[in-house]
Design a protein. Sequence first.
Length: 102
Amino acid sequence: MRWLLAALVVVLGLLQYRLWFAEGSLAERHRLEKQVREQTRINQELKARNAVLEREVMDLQSGNAGLEQRAREQLGLIREGESFYQMAEDPDPTAARRGGSE
């Protein structure tokens, strides 16, 4: 009878080990669920970025307005006959209030 009780305790210990530490355990399940949540978040960000890029591609393919806007914003190009004005920021905004120099 004692050996049966000891065998049952050993079996219970093995089952507990598998539940908490072995492959397919609760800890591994929790870790995998966390990985799935993180990957889902990354996928949603990438889908949003892809949608923006797809809209830009469609805009560029549909006509010259989108292409012209990109050339102006990213390359600083202007049309013939237009004037380009560039505003420079004051590197020390407090200098104007103090009288210019010290």
